[in-house]
Ligand binder design. Structure first.
Ligand SMILES: Cc1cc2nc3c(=O)[nH]c(=O)nc-3n(C[C@H](O)[C@H](O)[C@H](O)COP(=O)(O)O)c2cc1C
Length: 432
């Protein structure tokens, strides 16, 4: 059994163009939202080191680019000058890399870029230059498919386990039946599409190695690319009538788009620390409900993004949070938590690793955006208990005493701002 320190409903209104208003009513629902600014913030390294930590990923090189830490808090500490450098969040780095790949005419696919950077395929679309993509709701599937069926020629691409299948043909119109959208007709491309699972549709004009390329991409809820339809070509040129139809749809959905995506913050908190962080997290996510873990709504599937906040108990999320985390499937999810140990300690890192592993188990298909931890004051009763009964296993060294005292002022403003910056980044990655 792991021991502590072994290792060292609010109601928010918002609209798509406006800001949030917080009404502080527990466990109530809200109405919809807009998005926040690109996040840049200064972060004191020592503060960050001790008080807030967000799970990071290893650096990786590709095309001379360093993979950004998509789940990490970006800060660089110059030890000699003790200067804190302002850095952009990982998502901005991903955007920059993607934009320069497009300029440099390098060959890459959305899926290869996604796996290289540890994000979903759809997150790559949100990182594309805005004029190169229009993103709409999957509920427009049938209308869009019918328009695709008017194209003289299309190339349908299905990626499966690293292989790509391409079928250049005319598209058959389909009809709903038995839970599928069934396509059949004269064209050899027949099949059964799980239209219910198409959550987002993207019109992309991103060139491929400098060559004009127009595609309609279909994604599931957790941002996995299901299949793509490319505008057909004749003599290597995109067929003019197909191009006209593509831009007609792209423009229509650009100007007449209503994607409604709700998010939810669920927190578990005994003494209020995690609840404080939960409220900070909620404040930066558009259209976001907040509930305590004892009031979880029945249908979590309704939520596009779920953030779960736990308090650390014996090196893991507390029992209620653990049960919830283990039960999740097909979710865009991020975790946050408070604890008595330093957030960059092996104890805290182990907690992040183990809790994310619960979400990533094969077959669960969760899109895990990352985790954020910060210090939280420790219940005085627990401190007494530890002093009395655990003196041998957890001797009160001067270092431990200092840390426990330090924890008593957390979460502080800095922790809350760090949590906000990290979750703003997550929201931007999901296009919220
Ligand atoms: C029973 C109990 C067990 C704890 N175990 C750990 C632990 O293993 N590691 C740790 O860093 N903090 C541990 N803590 C400290 C809490 O995680 C920390 O104080 C947290 O901020 C409490 O959050 P809350 O105010 O939201 O309940 C424990 C606290 C309690 C009461």
């Amino acid at each position: 059994m792991k021991h502590f320190e072994e290792n060292s409903n609010n109601h928010k209104h918002c609209n798509r163009h406006g800001k949030h208003e917080n009404h502080n009513n527990e466990n109530k629902k809200n109405e919809c939202g807009s998005h926040s600014d690109v996040s840049q913030y200064k972060h004191n390294h020592e503060e960050g080191k001790k008080h807030g930590h967000c799970h990071g990923k290893e650096e990786n090189k590709h095309h001379n680019m360093q993979k950004p830490d998509m789940t990490g808090m970006p800060f660089k500490y110059d030890k000699e000058e003790e200067v804190i450098e302002e850095k952009v969040l990982g998502f901005n780095k991903l955007k920059e890399d993607l934009h320069s790949l497009v300029q440099e005419k390098k060959p890459f696919t959305i899926s290869s870029f996604a796996s290289m950077y540890g994000v979903s395929d759809l997150e790559v679309c949100y990182a594309m230059p805005e004029n190169m993509r229009t993103i709409t709701d999957g509920k427009n599937f049938e209308t869009i498919w019918k328009e695709l069926a008017t194209w003289e020629k299309a190339t349908v691409i299905i990626l499966h386990l690293g292989s790509a299948f391409e079928i250049s043909t005319k598209i058959n119109v389909g009809a709903f039946g038995h839970g599928y959208y069934n396509i059949m007709g004269e064209s050899p491309l027949e099949g059964h599409i799980k239209a219910d699972e198409i959550h987002s549709i993207v019109f992309s004009t991103m060139p491929f190695m400098g060559l004009e390329s127009l595609s309609v991409l279909f994604f599931d809820k957790t941002g996995r690319l299901i299949f793509s339809v490319y505008a057909g070509r004749q003599n290597r040129q995109i067929i003019e009538s197909v191009k006209t139809s593509f831009y007609k749809m792209k423009d229509e959905y650009l100007h007449n788009n209503s994607i409604s995506r709700k998010s939810l913050v669920i927190y578990s908190s005994l003494t209020g620390n995690t609840k404080q962080v939960a409220e900070a997290v909620q404040s930066v996510i558009p259209c976001c409900d907040i509930v305590s873990i004892d009031n979880i709504p029945e249908n979590l599937d309704e939520y596009y993004f779920t953030a779960i906040g736990y308090w650390v108990d014996r090196g893991l999320p507390d029992a209620k949070s653990k049960k919830l985390i283990r039960s999740l499937k097909n979710m865009n999810v991020a975790l946050f938590g408070t604890l008595g140990a330093y957030p960059d300690s092996p104890h805290a890192k182990g907690c992040i690793r183990d809790s994310e592993t619960m979400l990533k188990t094969t077959g669960k298909n969760n899109n895990v955006l990352g985790s954020f931890l910060c210090l939280g004051k420790i219940d005085p009763k627990l401190m007494d208990y530890m002093g009395k009964f655990m003196g041998d296993t957890h001797p009160v060294t001067p270092e431990r005493k200092a840390r426990l005292l330090e924890a008593q002022t957390h979460p502080d403003n800095n922790d809350l701002e760090n949590a906000k910056a990290v979750f703003k980044g997550f929201a931007e990655r999901l296009g919220l």
